[in-house]
Design a protein around this ligand. Structure first.
Ligand SMILES: CCCCCCCC(=O)SCCNC(=O)CCNC(=O)[C@H](O)C(C)(C)COP(=O)(O)OP(=O)(O)OC[C@H]1O[C@@H](n2cnc3c(N)ncnc32)[C@H](O)[C@@H]1OP(=O)(O)O
Length: 392
């Protein structure tokens, strides 16, 4: 039987490089996205709303804490399964994948790695099940690429910490129950604090008028003399390296996610090229269109191999930050190029919400900027190659 194009032709399923578990995880995520996300996501993007009804499903496919140990409610999977889940979610939408990325790598990861046992037991199972959604407060109005310059700060008041400052561009902020917030102590050292909705002085105004990631909620975090209980500080790591370590995990997931967006654009263009008639033939019969499709699948395949290898390295604890930067940078640029080519193949239809391509294109404009801009990833790679730091 001819495969459904959404199911992806065999040559880009990477099956020979995957274990049975990887394939099971990927196929379950793919089937769920096709059933629960793709049919509704355009409507939610149009009305600029995150579809909260998919939260349970995201938890069921292991999207919240794929690699967090099962004893804390996570799925206990390896890094390649984590990547494949992110890939499949982003075939549906980058905004939905961003919600899952933040929950997994920016909220659960720091609590797991830098938190104590009480914090792990209190927060991780609720985050894994989707009962609670979290957000990550690092970026500030005047400190984006330079998070080390942050001004959000806390004072030790004896029986609690007093937190003041503001964060912006925070995914999930408007409805998150908890925030992992990075702030400086009186000596200027950065620590992670868990701030809970309901603490007096903590507000999360929503950011409106986005043309990108419209199906994901973005907001600010405002801290006006917030009393944070002392037990809410993450005790096991401090300094800028703590939040940057979380970004490594998130950036790796983004690299996989971008492949998913590219796959969906490619699938759409391929399907359209067989249906759309011009000059009495399907446009896919013309060699200029075939060239576009051949180049797209070549680039997707190259990105898959780069990212799969990174997954192998991460499973062995050997991936460097620069290797992650290379993959994030390469894959997002690849996906943007493919989305643009696919949009052209669809002609005028490509700009409508009948197809997913324009939504992917607009989403990818955020993806190329968040979690380290495109240029920051070049600098991280350049620093690794030369050992010479432009900022010092
Ligand atoms: C996934 C979906 C997300 C959706 C929402 C996304 C919202 C966001 O985008 S969140 C924020 C994104 N922000 C960024 O990505 C910030 C970009 N900037 C950077 O990556 C860094 O600041 C960068 C590369 C410019 C270097 O900054 P710089 O201030 O010079 O730091 P640097 O001195 O190199 O490092 C500071 C410390 O961190 C450590 N470090 C550096 N990189 C890393 C890393 N990747 N992992 C762990 N530690 C690290 C260093 O070893 C150093 O440690 P120590 O203090 O012990 O010597």
């Amino acid at each position: 039987m001819k495969p459904d194009l959404f199911e992806a032709p065999d040559y880009y399923n990477l099956d020979e490089l995957l274990t049975d578990e990887h394939k099971l995880v990927r196929d379950a995520a793919r089937a769920w996205v096709k059933r629960e996300v793709s049919p509704i996501i355009e409507e939610y993007a149009q009305k600029a709303e995150f579809p909260k009804q998919i939260i349970n499903g995201l938890a069921e496919i292991g999207a919240f804490g794929p690699y967090i140990p099962v004893e804390y409610g996570g799925a206990g999977l390896d890094q390649i399964s984590y990547g494949l889940i992110m890939q499949e979610i982003e075939r549906g939408d980058s905004g939905v994948r961003s919600t899952a990325s933040v929950q997994s790598s920016l909220v659960m990861y720091p609590i797991w790695k830098y938190g104590n046992e009480t914090q792990r037991e209190k927060y991780l199972p609720k985050l894994a099940s989707g009962e609670w959604i979290g957000c990550f407060g690092l970026t500030e109005p005047d400190h984006g690429s330079n998070p080390g310059g942050m001004v959000t700060n806390f004072k030790d008041m004896g029986d609690h910490y007093l937190l003041n400052g503001a964060k912006m561009w925070i995914s999930n902020a408007p409805f998150a129950q908890i925030a992992v917030v990075w702030a400086k102590d009186e000596s200027g050292r950065i620590h992670g604090l868990i701030v809970e909705r309901g603490m007096a002085g903590f507000t999360t105004p929503e950011t409106h008028n986005k043309w990108s990631l419209r199906a994901s909620a973005t907001g600010e975090l405002i801290f006006d003399n917030v009393k944070v209980p002392k037990e809410n500080i993450l005790p096991n790591k401090s300094g800028l390296g703590a939040p940057l370590g979380c970004l490594d995990s998130a950036r790796y997931g983004i690299a996989w996610g971008a492949i998913g967006a590219a796959m969906d654009c490619y699938d759409t263009a391929l399907r359209y090229s067989k249906e759309r008639m011009q000059f009495g033939k399907p446009i896919g019969q013309f060699q200029l269109q075939q060239k576009k499709l051949a180049e797209m699948i070549t680039e997707i395949t190259k990105a898959q191999l780069l990212t799969w290898r990174l997954g192998v390295l991460r499973n062995e604890g050997k991936a460097t930050s620069a290797q992650i930067s290379m993959a994030k940078r390469n894959n997002v640029e690849m996906a943007i190029t493919i989305a643009r080519e696919a949009r052209q193949m669809l002609g005028g239809m490509g700009i409508t919400g009948e197809y997913s391509i324009m939504r992917h294109s607009m989403n990818l404009e955020s993806v190329i900027t968040y979690e380290g801009t495109h240029d920051i990833h070049l600098l991280i790679t350049g620093l690794d190659i030369t050992g010479l730091n432009a900022f010092k």
